[in-house]
Design a binder for this molecule. Structure first.
Ligand SMILES: Cc1cc2nc3c(=O)[nH]c(=O)nc-3n(C[C@H](O)[C@H](O)[C@H](O)COP(=O)(O)OP(=O)(O)OC[C@H]3O[C@@H](n4cnc5c(N)ncnc54)[C@H](O)[C@@H]3O)c2cc1C
Length: 334
């Protein structure tokens, strides 16, 4: 099918963009990579009167690193100072509205300070989709099986929303309001994403289960430990695909944090390191936390996929820590 007649607007500056969004409101849609919007318009599953193409906004494809602590001018430096725990203090990666999925795979700042984003982007669609689709577009689209919405929640990213009345920043965990639904207003556009810089001593794992490589994930998981070495590891675990939006599993993450803290204490007292990170206990935490959030007919199946992915994540963490493999996940959660 072909598109219905539509007004095409191509702003050359942010002021023109905000003016168009303010004028046309709910009748308008931002066009970024077009990988989701154009099929929707062509298939007429979505109807808008105006398309506002942001592909000609100057400087919108920028990835930059900022240090919050009194160093506003210090950008895009790879020579960042690390503190005693090996963390980057106050580092924030800014991802502009026209940064493509493929840029995440290639950009040295992403590889160094946001490796989880690069790992997740590798699972998106195919090369053509990754070369056109944008990171901000993926968040605005809010597909529950999308890789980048999950990573945004897992990495405590903040979404920057801009309109003619000003700028507001929303934590990724609060940005997604349901399947294909966000808290963005019609007069706002996603002007960028701010990602806390991961430290050099951090661990990141991403994996997913999908019917085919170009299909959205049936279930996906992101687990990060920052820092992996030290007395106060902070573990974040988020699960995608199983619910109407990515879910951060605070209690399950805290269980893994406690196991890592216990290991560090035992390590200083010599023995028992290998018995920590008990997979059964972590599965129980996942089931308790995730079950109430999965309101769908195939909930048992989705929870089983999430548990399978958690097993893989813990196995990868154990291997990273040089621990012997744990017992495999025994079967579906009931
Ligand atoms: C074959 C194929 C396979 C795919 N596989 C995957 C996959 O495995 N995983 C996955 O996550 N995605 C997948 N996608 C979708 C792809 O990642 C899209 O690129 C992404 O979902 C939307 O990004 P976009 O830049 O193309 O946005 P567009 O299609 O241009 O826009 C999508 C929606 O977001 C809005 N929007 C876009 N940018 C902004 C902005 N800056 N501010 C406000 N609103 C905005 C648009 O108005 C529209 O409503 C696939 C797509 C195709 C065609």
């Amino acid at each position: 099918m072909k598109l219905a007649p539509i007004l095409y607007v191509r702003p050359r500056s942010e002021a023109e963009l905000l003016d168009a969004l303010g004028r046309y409101g709910a009748d308008a849609a931002v066009l970024a990579g077009g990988q989701s919007l154009m099929p929707e318009l062509a298939l007429r599953t979505r109807a808008v009167k105006v398309v506002v193409d942001i592909n000609h906004l100057p400087g919108a494809n920028r990835i930059a690193l900022r240090w919050a602590a009194g160093s506003a001018g210090q950008m895009e430096s790879l020579a960042a100072p690390a503190d005693s725990l090996g963390q980057w203090p106050d580092g924030m990666l800014h991802i502009g509205p026209l940064v493509r999925h493929g840029d995440l795979l290639r950009h040295p700042l992403v590889q160094r300070y946001a490796p989880a984003w690069a790992a997740a982007a590798a699972h998106i669609g195919n090369v053509a989709v990754r070369n056109r689709g944008t990171v901000c577009g993926s968040l605005a689209y809010a597909d529950p099986g999308g890789e980048l919405p999950l990573i945004a929640v897992a990495s405590a990213a903040r979404v920057c929303l801009r309109s003619s009345s000003g700028v507001r920043e929303v934590a990724a965990g609060s940005f997604f309001a349901g399947a294909f639904c966000t808290v963005r207003r019609h007069d706002e556009f996603v002007a960028g994403i701010h990602v806390p810089a991961a430290g050099p001593n951090s661990f990141h794992f991403f994996d997913e289960i999908a019917r085919r490589p170009t299909a959205p994930a049936l279930a996906s998981i992101a687990l990060s430990v920052n820092p992996i070495i030290g007395q106060a590891p902070s573990v974040r675990i988020a699960v995608g695909g199983v619910s109407d939006r990515p879910r951060l599993l605070l209690a399950t993450g805290e269980d893994v944090s406690q196991a890592l803290r216990g290991m560090a204490e035992r390590q200083s007292g010599a023995e028992g390191v290998g018995i920590a990170l008990d997979v059964d206990a972590i599965h129980a935490a996942l089931r308790a936390e995730l079950t109430p959030l999965v309101e769908r007919d195939d909930a048992v199946y989705r929870l089983h996929l999430a548990a399978t992915l958690l097993t893989r994540a813990v196995a990868a963490l154990r291997a990273f820590l040089d621990l012997p493999p744990a017992m495999p996940y025994p079967g579906p959660l009931t």
